[in-house]
Design a protein around this ligand. Structure first.
Ligand code: ATP
Ligand code: MG
Length: 192
């Protein structure tokens, strides 16, 4: 499961856990991006902070792991490169799934080498409040849809953007992300 994770929150964690259960995955690897490939409208927090928060949030789940591949790789983080590395690492016999939210998969045609990527692994697109699953059919060619499984999960209307905004305004973020992540954010003065 790739993301900026700036910061990680319960929406991410629920998406990962639901997918793990429904698809009987042996593990879920969270992959915080290094330099996001698409220009963001805000300054992304240094990768080490995003990595640490992702580790804190996932530590108690025996099936959750965090990978440094993208943050240790110089230059923009492209999913296609990461999937190739995992394919090599886990071998041809392994089954790889790319977990995304509906909003992210709807943008897949803007990703680097998306036609190659869609052949390298299956995608699991989890539902996300505010994004219409019908749009998948409208936006993506049938060839892509064959490689994407839609997974309906309980809607959690939380985004990292919302958490950053709340911290900036001095509003509470407790129960939007694990306490360990809240503490880390305040300790390091992030999102001020
Ligand atoms: P931002 O607001 O900064 O874009 P975000 O909350 O969208 O942050 P990302 O790191 O961009 O988080 O998302 C990583 C992945 O998790 C994406 O595939 C995204 O679609 C998915 N995701 C994020 N939040 C949710 C949520 N609440 N429900 C379902 N999927 C989510
Ligand atoms: Mg996002």
């Amino acid at each position: 499961m790739g993301g900026t994770f700036d910061p990680i929150h319960y929406g991410h964690l629920l998406a990962a856990e639901e997918t793990r259960y429904r698809f009987a995955l042996s593990k879920v690897i969270f992959v915080p991006c290094g330099v996001p490939p698409h220009k963001k409208t805000y300054e992304v927090t240094p990768a080490e902070h995003r990595y640490s928060m992702t580790v804190l949030a996932t530590a108690s789940n025996h099936s959750f792991f965090v990978s440094r591949v993208e943050i240790d790789r110089p230059g923009p983080s492209y999913a296609v490169d990461t999937v190739k590395i995992f394919r090599q690492q886990f071998g041809e016999g392994s089954e790889l799934f790319f977990i995304t939210g509906l909003d992210a998969v709807l943008e897949i045609l803007t990703w680097k080498s998306h036609d190659e990527l869609i052949r390298l692994c299956r995608f699991i697109a989890v539902t996300r409040p505010g994004y219409d699953a019908q749009k998948l059919k409208e936006k993506l060619p049938p060839y892509y849809l064959n490689s994407i499984d839609l997974l309906v999960i309980p809607g959690i209307d939380i985004s990292s953007t919302m958490i950053r905004e709340r911290v900036r305004k001095g509003e509470p973020i407790r129960y939007l992300t694990p306490d360990t992540v809240c503490d880390y954010i305040f300790k390091h003065g992030l999102y001020k």
